[in-house]
Design a binder for this molecule. Structure first.
Ligand SMILES: NC(=O)c1ccc[n+]([C@@H]2O[C@H](COP(=O)([O-])OP(=O)(O)OC[C@H]3O[C@@H](n4cnc5c(N)ncnc54)[C@H](O)[C@@H]3O)[C@@H](O)[C@H]2O)c1
Length: 237
């Protein structure tokens, strides 16, 4: 496990393999709450308890699911010194980090992103949220994770559609910098990208997060207009 980035106090690690990731996760102990969706819950067997398994999909980024996470934490007797561990894509990372930000006025949160969107973008910068009254990400907080653990092995089981969705986020970052190294990888390494080559993905994710960090560092809470550039067409869409 190699730390390669620090942004707003979040230490970002790259795992060599799934075994490396499992070993690191084993060091967190028992004072944890795992949050997964119905797909990512299958990645860890047996899933440590207590845990919450939400239905996969954007509709779970809701008040009802937030309440479930908080209820399980309270019913399990977890104190303020506990750690919420999110294992999943952007949906699970966003709602788990939001729950952590309000549980006992804030407990620790570890993100283990499992989609390309979440590895190359959403895991960094502390934006947490749920959807409410048909409005996307309308309720949330800024609450950077304590640690982010990235393991590109997780991407092997992703559907082709979700994998390609991640490249929209990567391409966006490549257009937000004068340095053309990320764009060049996308333009020249098509076969390795389609094969989900681990080293190529590590490179792509690292550069993508470095670009995002450069915007966040200059405008951590999106008040100066600098960080808003990362939204590109999101708000309009
Ligand atoms: N916080 C931020 O800065 C930020 C930035 C960008 C996007 N987001 C949020 O991220 C979310 C979109 O992220 P997403 O595309 O990861 O969506 P997602 O979390 O819904 O995951 C997409 C699908 O992939 C499945 N999945 C996840 N990991 C898998 C794996 N390893 N193998 C097989 N299937 C897997 C999920 O179960 C789901 O069905 C949106 O809610 C968006 O608002 C947040």
């Amino acid at each position: 496990m190699r730390e390669f980035l620090n942004c707003l106090g979040t230490k970002v690690f790259m795992a060599d393999s799934f075994t490396d990731l499992s070993y690191h996760v084993g060091t967190y102990g028992n004072n944890t709450l795992w949050v997964c969706d119905s797909n990512t819950a299958k990645m860890v067997r047996p899933l440590p308890k207590p845990n919450v398994i939400l239905e996969a999909g954007e509709s779970s980024k809701s008040f009802a699911c937030l309440e479930r996470i908080l209820s399980v934490a309270i019913d399990s007797g977890l104190g303020r010194d506990c750690t919420f561990i999110a294992l999943g894509g952007g949906m699970i990372c966003d709602i788990t980090a939001f729950a952590a930000s309000i549980y006992m006025r804030g407990c620790k949160v570890i993100l283990i992103p499992t989609t390309l969107v979440s590895m190359a973008s959403s895991c960094l910068g502390g934006k947490t949220s749920i959807n409410f009254k048909f409005a996307k990400d309308i309720v949330g907080s800024f609450f950077p994770a304590n640690e982010v653990l990235i393991c590109t092995d997780c991407l092997r089981s992703l559907t082709q559609k979700d994998y390609m969705n991640g490249f929209a986020e990567v391409l966006k970052h490549s257009l937000l910098t004068k340095d053309d190294s990320l764009f060049n990888i996308i333009a020249t390494q098509k076969q390795k990208i389609m094969d989900r080559d681990s080293e190529t993905l590590k490179q792509i994710i690292t550069i993508s997060l470095q670009i995002k960090k450069s915007y966040i560092d200059n405008d951590p809470y999106e008040r100066l207009g600098v960080r808003a550039a990362l939204n590109l067409g999101s708000t309009f869409a």
